[in-house]
Each structure stands twice: as C-alpha cells, then as structure tokens.
Design a protein around this ligand. Structure first.
Ligand SMILES: [Fe+2]
Length: 210
C-alpha cells in the first residue's frame, strides 16, 4: 500500500476568476486609475495604497470585494474545513511599474491572505518555506543532490500570476514577487482575513469573542 500525502502542509490555493481590470465597472476603473496616476513610476518596489487598511470598503469596488469574498469562503469551506465566520481585517492596493517588485514580508494578525491580480502581464509570487527550511532541513542541512524539486525539498515556491488570478495562503508565510517586466503597471488588491464571533476550545475559560 502506498501512502502519499502532504501531512501538515501549507495550504496554497490559486484560481483564475476571469475578472480582470478590463471587466471592471467604469467607476472602479476610474477610481483605481487615479491611484495609478498618483503612484511613483520609478520606484524599485511596489507602490502600496492602504487607505487606513480599508481600501475595498469603497462602494465603487463592491463587485471586486464580492469576488474576493467568494473565494475566501471557498477556501474556508473546502480547505480549512471550518464554519467560523470570516471578516476582512484589512485591504490595500499595490501598483508595480516596470522593473519594480515586492520585497519579502509576511502578514501579522492574519489567518489567511488573498492576493488578487486585476492586471498582471508578467511576474511570479514567491513563497518561502517556514524558516527558509525545506522538510529535509528542519534540524540539519545536508548537501542533498536533488534530482527534482518538489513540495518537500524546495525552500521556496514560485507561482506565476496573470490577470484575474487569486492566490490564498496563510498570513505567516513569507512571500515576495519578481519585478514586473511589462510596460503596463501590475495591480494587486490584497486582503487579510480574520475570524469573527464566539470561539472556545474546552470551556468558557478559553473563550474569546471577536
Ligand atoms: Fe503580502
């Protein structure tokens, strides 16, 4: 009998929504164009627009929020397999002009993060293994000569992204992007999710209500 599974793995989910910047309502396009026009073109790193962490709360972006929320619930129902209520804890926009990338970082106070790319003509999202170590490097670093990289021996994982893509991963995962090579600014709308409601493990002593 062969057991081939991914015990205690890092759940990373990707889907193309077929909803891109060109499908946005005129109001949403105009709203986001204003940010693109105000961004710094020769910046080596991403222009990040936070709007006090509530970028998606603008009613002009309602449809975008709905599409992102739909995927968050799919992730909760089918991958996390829980029925806790979710809430968007923060959302923001990033604009990457040609030659700029997003340096490595993670998202604190986040159960999972969603990267939605309304427009991405080139580029990769790179996820780094926990502590930068693959499964075979937890307590030692041998000179393994791998014949092929897989999810157990790789120390980082490259995910190509294109317009309309959504990628979901736990907030603690360190990640970065490669530079945008296109003349068209790459756009990403990010969201961090947290749980909501009443939670307890055993009894009222470990209960929290958020
Ligand atoms: Fe990020």
């Amino acid at each position: 009998m062969t057991i081939f599974n991914n015990l205690w793995g890092v759940p990373v989910y990707k889907i193309n929504t077929n909803y891109t910047f060109s499908n946005f309502t005129p109001e949403a396009k105009e709203y986001i164009d204003d940010y693109i026009n105000s961004s710094v073109e020769n910046s080596k790193t991403a222009n990040v627009f936070v709007e006090r962490g509530h970028f998606l709360d603008n009613l002009k972006l309602e449809k975008i929020k709905e599409i992102i929320n739909q995927q968050a619930h799919y992730f909760r129902d089918n991958i996390m397999m829980c029925k806790n209520e979710l809430q968007i804890q923060s959302s923001w926009l990033t604009v990457n002009h040609k030659g700029s990338n997003h340096p490595i970082h993670n998202h604190a106070h986040t159960i999972f993060s969603i990267c939605y790319y309304p427009r991405a003509e080139t580029g990769h999202l790179i996820l780094q293994a926990p502590d930068g170590k693959s499964t075979w490097q937890r307590d030692y670093r041998m000179g393994f000569e791998y014949t092929e990289l897989n999810e157990w021996n790789a120390t980082n994982w490259t995910i190509p992204v294109m317009s309309g893509d959504i990628v979901i991963f736990p907030g603690w995962v360190q990640h970065s992007t490669t530079p945008n090579e296109s003349e068209e600014p790459r756009l990403m709308i990010g969201t961090n999710y947290w749980l909501k409601g009443n939670m307890q493990f055993f009894d009222e002593l470990d209960r929290i209500n958020i």
